[in-house]
Design a protein around this ligand. Structure first.
Ligand code: QL4
Length: 365
């Protein structure tokens, strides 16, 4: 048997309704030949921004006008473009463990980035205060990569933090918020913000096709003005035909039906995998069983080091990533334990047993 994947960097496109997508693409071509023959608006076509604004208002409680929406080919690009337009001196604080690609991007842009540890509610507010940062990067709906869901109490604390100084902002990266298997979605942090302090980002990478590279950002008015002044020369970098196709995919209800279908599908698969992992590893595994997203963290009791497990996984043809990928600053490893990121989007049901058996060989149980 070939490679099996427990990667979190995957979505199961075997269930994607390509026929519907192509129908929407045909509609986009029929209805928007004129627009496709010109450059789109720098922030993306207005009707697409209007559709996205309405969608996130309904699904996430985000309060915004289409004028505040900026579409881009991936969250990294949007964050880069936002940070280029900052007028004040910006000091950043990020969650640790956190998303290494943003950390690297911000460091390469020579911003000071403080790492803030998590407690059981997400970013620790005292540490955030101590960091002297004026821009916090947080993933409240499903902390990446630990999965923690930030309770309302901590969200209020963060908003209070943002009020203490008028150059303070919070970037809410609402990645992976669409998949919640038990609890209902807690509304976005942005929906609680009454002082235009929250920048909101989202992406279609997990719910449609990661290869489409369609993501979006909602800017508070003051930052939007700075962004528009700085980027007057910029041309929209997401593919306009894909954007108009997305517009019809959402308008016709296909998007909502697909996300609902995938929620059910992923919930069933996740449960099977967790059950089998528990029966195989028994007391040597502990799973932070947060019923959300397309991956979870599992802690294994083993004397093996991360390097050994990662090398062994390659030999077993098992694609899997460890917490080391997200520990942004070297942290002492807990003795006798390793944490792995267990993704299940790319794992077919019939391969669950084989994947777990290979994992057993890697962690030496
Ligand atoms: C915290 C966080 N925020 C935003 C994004 C989304 O970025 P965007 O797609 O540019 O909009 C990611 C993507 N994280 C990515 C990688 C995580 C890693 O490097 O380990 C996940 O990658 C994929 C997801 C689905 C299918 C294929 C790949 C993010 O982890």
């Amino acid at each position: 048997k070939g490679w099996l994947s427990l990667s979190h960097m995957a979505s199961d496109i075997t269930k994607f309704p390509f026929k519907s997508w192509i129908k929407c693409q045909q509609k986009a071509i029929n209805q928007h030949k004129q627009e496709l023959s010109e450059f789109p608006h720098p922030q993306g076509p207005f009707i697409v921004r209007k559709t996205i604004a309405r969608m996130i208002t309904l699904s996430r409680g985000v309060v915004c006008e289409p004028e505040q929406v900026v579409i881009g080919a991936g969250t990294q690009l949007l964050i880069r473009q936002l940070m280029e337009s900052k007028t004040e001196k910006t000091r950043i604080a990020m969650e640790n463990p956190g998303y290494s690609r943003f950390y690297t991007l911000l460091k390469n842009m020579e911003f000071p980035v403080q790492l803030v540890d998590l407690d059981n509610k997400g970013m620790n507010i005292e540490r955030a205060e101590q960091s002297k940062a004026n821009l916090l990067f947080v993933t409240p709906s499903h902390q990446f990569p630990t999965g923690k869901i930030m309770p309302i109490s901590r969200r209020i604390e963060l908003l209070n933090w943002s009020l203490q100084n008028n150059d303070r902002y919070i970037l809410e990266d609402d990645y992976d918020s669409e998949f919640k298997y038990e609890t209902d979605n807690i509304p976005s942090l942005q929906s609680l913000d009454r002082n235009q302090r929250v920048i909101y980002t989202g992406t279609f990478s997990k719910t449609i096709l990661p290869g489409l590279r369609i993501s979006y950002m909602v800017l508070p008015p003051k930052l939007l003005r700075d962004y528009q002044n700085h980027h007057q020369h910029l041309i929209q970098n997401s593919n306009a035909l894909a954007l108009y196709t997305l517009h019809y995919f959402i308008q016709t209800g296909e998007y909502d039906r697909h996300v609902k279908r995938m929620n059910h599908y992923y919930k069933v698969k996740r449960k099977k995998l967790v059950t089998y992992l528990r029966s195989y590893f028994k007391h040597t595994i502990s799973i932070e069983d947060i019923p959300a997203g397309l991956h979870f963290v599992a802690t294994f009791k083993t004397e093996k080091r991360y390097e050994e497990v990662e090398t062994h996984a390659k030999k077993e043809k098992l694609e899997i990533y460890s917490m080391r990928r997200f520990m942004l600053q070297h942290q002492p490893k807990q003795p006798g334990k390793i944490k792995l990121i267990i993704g299940f989007a790319n794992l077919q049901d019939e391969d669950i047993e084989e994947a777990v058996n290979r994992l057993g060989k890697c962690v030496g149980i």
